[in-house]
Write a protein that binds this ligand. Structure first.
Ligand SMILES: [Zn+2]
Length: 162
């Protein structure tokens, strides 16, 4: 074998296997981290927005369920009651519903639209079923107004009773 070939063979032998076991360079690691960061920057806001949108829709369904329960309760009792007091009633709710956005905000049955104070006792006047997160809901579901999460129940009159 020629001296040059021997030298080249040694270089390849030294460069080959040791190169394979070298692992990743700092630049390669930074490139991977950068790609993951870009993906996260796109995916996380999309996920958050989807979560808020679905919570807003589920919240509207909750309000519709409370509204139906209030109507049925009013037919039997001639008055409206708080959401907590509808739980366990024959025509009421099986459990106290909470806004799906944070799973902690409770619906308020108030005498004012958007009011955050529950009625103190049964009442026959016009009440509003309010979600405390109404503003957040209409911010993500822009085709709806805040008032879509502040539904009114008309006053109970003797005419509306059977
Ligand atoms: Zn809500």
């Amino acid at each position: 074998m020629h001296a040059d070939e021997i030298t080249r063979a040694r270089i390849y032998r030294n460069a080959g296997p040791s190169h394979l076991h070298r692992g990743f360079s700092l630049v390669e690691l930074l490139a991977v981290v950068l790609i993951l960061a870009v993906l996260a920057a796109v995916a996380v806001p999309l996920y958050m927005n989807t979560r808020k949108t679905s919570a807003a829709r589920a919240c509207k369904a909750n309000i519709a369920a409370i509204s139906a329960a209030e109507s049925a309760y009013a037919l039997r009792n001639g008055c409206y009651n708080t959401v907590a007091n509808l739980v366990g009633q024959p025509e009421g709710l099986s459990s106290s519903l909470k806004c799906p956005l944070d799973n902690s905000a409770t619906y308020k049955v108030a005498t004012t639209q958007g009011g955050s104070t529950d009625i103190s006792a049964t009442t026959t006047v016009t009440v509003y079923i309010n979600c405390p997160n109404a503003a957040s809901h209409s911010a993500v579901l822009t085709s709806y107004a805040t008032t879509d999460w502040q539904v009114s129940m008309s006053a109970v009159t003797t005419d509306s009773l059977p």
